[in-house]
Design a protein around this ligand. Structure first.
Ligand SMILES: C[S@@+](CC[C@H](N)C(=O)[O-])C[C@H]1O[C@@H](n2cnc3c(N)ncnc32)[C@H](O)[C@@H]1O
Length: 203
C-alpha cells in the first residue's frame, strides 16, 4: 500500500490502519459495516475522512467519545492515532448494534488500542464526561447536540463532519441550541465541512 503520502500519520500508525482496513474488509462480508460500493475507495472515503476529523481539533488529551461508530469510522481511526500520538488516553465508542460492537472490540484487542466499546443507545448510556465527542453519518445536527449535551464534560467540544447541507443544519439547530461554531472545510469534499462546536446550551 503506498497511501502514506496522503495521510498525515506516522508509519507505525499507518501500519495499524492497514491492519484495521484488512479486518474491516473481512468482517464487512458478514456484517454490513460499510457499503460495498465504497470498498474500492476505502482509504480516501473513510480513513482519510476520519484522520481529518482528528486533525481538526488540537489538544484532545481527555476522553474522546465517538457515537454511532458503526464499523469504527471515525472511532477506531481516532483510537489508532491516539495509541501512537497520545498513549494512555482513552477513546470511548458507543454503538448499539451488538454485532458491530463485537467487531469494534475485536479490532481494539487486535491493535492493542485503549478503547472502550459501549453497546448501548447513546441516549441511555451513562454520561461519559468526554472532552471531545464526534459522530459521522449519524443524524441531524440538532439531535447530535443533544448527545453532546449528555456526554461532554464542561468546556468540551463536539466535532461533527457534515455534508453539503451543513449550513441548513446549523440554521435549524440554532432554533433549539446556542453554541459557538468553527467551520473547517473538508479536504475530501469541497462542499462538506467539519463543524467544531463548543458552549452548547439549550435556547
Ligand atoms: C449510518 S451508521 C454510521 C457509522 C459510522 N459512523 C460511519 O460513518 O461509517 C450509524 C451507526 O450508528 C448506530 N446508531 C444509530 N443510532 C444509535 C443510537 N441511538 N445509539 C447507539 N448507536 C446508534 C447504528 O447502529 C449505526 O451503526
Amino acid at each position: 500500500m503506498s497511501e502514506t503520502y496522503k495521510l498525515d500519520v506516522s508509519r507505525e500508525t499507518f501500519d495499524d490502519l492497514e491492519r484495521y482496513v484488512t479486518l474491516l474488509k473481512k468482517w464487512t462480508k458478514r456484517i454490513n459495516l460499510i457499503s460495498a460500493a465504497t470498498i474500492p475507495v476505502i482509504w480516501d472515503r473513510h480513513v482519510r475522512d476520519s484522520v481529518q476529523v482528528y486533525r481538526s481539533i488540537s489538544g484532545s488529551e481527555g476522553i474522546w467519545l465517538d457515537v454511532g461508530s458503526g464499523g469504527g469510522l471515525p472511532g477506531i481511526v481516532l483510537a489508532t492515532i491516539r495509541k501512537h500520538e497520545a498513549p494512555g488516553v482513552k477513546t470511548v465508542l458507543i454503538e448499539s448494534d451488538l454485532r458491530k460492537a463485537t467487531f469494534l472490540r475485536a479490532v481494539s484487542r487486535e491493535l492493542d488500542l485503549k478503547a472502550e466499546v459501549i453497546s448501548e443507545r447513546i441516549e441511555v448510556a451513562d454520561p461519559v464526561g468526554a472532552s471531545v465527542i464526534s459522530a459521522r453519518a449519524l443524524g441531524p445536527l440538532e439531535a447530535l447536540l443533544g448527545f453532546a449535551e449528555r456526554h461532554l464534560a464542561p468546556g468540551g467540544h463536539a466535532v461533527f463532519p457534515k455534508g453539503e447541507t451543513w449550513q441548513k443544519e446549523v440554521d435549524n439547530a440554532r432554533k433549539t441550541w446556542r453554541f459557538d461554531l468553527d467551520v473547517v472545510q473538508s479536504e475530501t469534499d469541497k462542499k462538506a465541512a467539519i463543524l467544531i462546536i463548543g458552549g452548547i446550551a439549550r435556547v
